[in-house]
Design a protein around this ligand. Structure first.
Ligand code: AMP
Length: 438
């Protein structure tokens, strides 16, 4: 299968050749012809599958084939859950569209509105926006969405998880009914189906990745360790090849900052990326990581969502995520597009229950190996069926009657079924992030 055979125009084929893409990924092969045909699309694909190009390429082609600028109004709207993802989609659109005359701009919170208003006034074909800031522009009448011909909902499951449904409904209410809508989501869980029923017309469905799977090229390795020795173990693992670009996940923002200070004190070049950092600081950290100025990027789950870094050889979980699905999202940064990847998790005995959840969800082999000098004082119990430890508790076994595990976010109950891929479950279990933050 070649990109030519999908019907893409020479200007796009040239840009793809510049990128070094030899052939379409499965989601691209399925989605591109459908989008070029003009039908609505409901696509199940997660980060790392090439989903961005799957919509960006046909969107660019349809735009360039149509009439030139529709006045100064945008013709395509892409909605994303996070600023980082919006910025990345924009980068990709610019790369793929560099031999076309299409223009694009991002609209997201955390930066002032002035420059965004000026860009919109000058006129732009494609707007990539987070829902919260787009609503601000709608309220101030600084954006006119009456010319939208195509709408892309990227990572729609994440937008729902983050509580953006009311914002989405408000935005969709002002879009022209006559349009093409593309919805991308990691899963086709019931809330996503409901969204599609409401806003898509007779959509073509494509699904290339079963929910909650990771690339088969990723090796999963767990090093049991006492919580108090994790930082030393991290340094030890990083030191094995200090030139290697490594993404490290921390569960909390504070933990990420502390870890960066520790790594810097040990002579490593590191930076943190999380929701309390300004947009400038986040962009700078990501840029420094991509350019190699820093070798370790410490990220929280929400900030890392959508980060597009080519072929990271290794991802380290300093803490395991609270929600097993986030492990899949984290690991989506390695082993992409056929390259080998390594996912290393530093796991203390308090996290055994989280590891069990991940094992059930993954359905993949996880190697558990003690590293000499870092053996834990208590064994890591990962056998299914053992009771789940409670976070912060020093005893390995929680009291039997404790039905609501206290390591889950306040107010969220958790199912122990291990199935966990229904977004309905995810929604209940994942803490809501305020819409205003995006
Ligand atoms: P995405 O799933 O959109 O986040 O893309 C994952 C990564 O795959 C990005 O770094 C893309 O640049 C890369 N990519 C997308 N399409 C292809 C392709 N056809 N061949 C090789 N790499 C690709």
């Amino acid at each position: 299968m070649s990109f030519e055979s999908l019907g893409l125009v020479p200007a796009l084929l040239r840009a793809l050749a510049d990128q070094g893409y030899a052939q379409p990924t499965p989601i691209q092969a399925a989605a591109i012809p459908a989008v070029l045909e003009g039908v609505d699309l409901l696509a199940a694909a997660q980060t790392g599958t090439g989903k961005t190009a799957a919509f960006a390429l046909p969107v660019l082609q349809r735009l360039s084939a149509g009439a030139p600028m529709n006045g100064k109004r945008p013709r395509v709207l892409v909605l994303t859950p996070t600023r980082e993802l919006a910025a990345q989609v924009n980068d990709n659109l610019r790369e793929y569209g560099k031999y076309l005359r299409t223009s694009s701009a991002t609209i997201f919170g955390g930066v002032s509105m002035g420059p965004q208003i000026q860009t919109l006034r000058r006129g732009v074909d494609i707007v990539i926006a987070t829902p919260g800031r787009l609503i601000d522009h709608l309220q101030q009448r600084t954006i006119d969405l009456a010319g939208i011909e195509m709408l892309v909902l990227d990572e729609a499951d994440r937008m729902l998880d983050m509580g953006f449904l009311p914002a989405l409904k408000r935005i969709l209410a002002v879009l022209p009914k006559q349009r093409q809508t593309l919805l991308f989501s990691a899963t086709f869980a019931p809330p996503i189906k409901a969204l599609a029923m409401q806003f898509l017309r007779d959509p073509r469905e494509v699904s290339v990745t079963p929910p909650n799977t990771v690339a088969s090229t990723v090796t999963h390795r767990v090093h049991p360790v006492d919580a108090a020795r994790k930082r030393d173990l991290l340094l030890h693992v990083l030191a094995q090849d200090s030139r290697r670009q490594t993404l490290v996940f921390s569960r909390t923002k504070h933990g990420a900052d502390k870890l960066v200070r520790y790594l810097e004190a040990a002579g490593m070049r590191a930076a943190a990326i999380h929701g309390n950092k300004s947009q400038n600081a986040r962009t700078r950290a990501l840029g420094d990581f991509k350019s190699g100025r820093i070798t370790v990027l410490v990220a929280t789950d929400i900030a890392a969502r959508g980060i597009d870094i080519d072929q990271l050889p290794i991802v380290i979980n300093f803490d395991l995520p609270m929600v097993a699905e986030d492990y899949v999202h984290r690991i989506g940064r390695t082993g992409r597009a056929g390259a080998d990847g390594m996912a290393v998790s530093l796991v203390s005995h308090e996290e055994a229950g989280l590891l069990r959840d991940i094992r059930k969800l993954l359905n993949a082999e996880i190697e558990v190996s003690n590293l000499a000098g870092f053996e834990p004082s208590q064994p890591l119990r990962v056998d299914a069926g053992a009771p789940r430890p409670v976070q912060g508790q020093r005893q390995p076994r929680p009291p039997r009657q404790n039905k609501a595990p206290s390591h889950r976010p306040h107010g969220h109950t958790q199912s122990n079924s291990g199935e966990g891929h229904a977004a309905g479950n995810r929604k209940r279990r994942r803490p809501r992030r305020p819409a205003a933050k995006a």
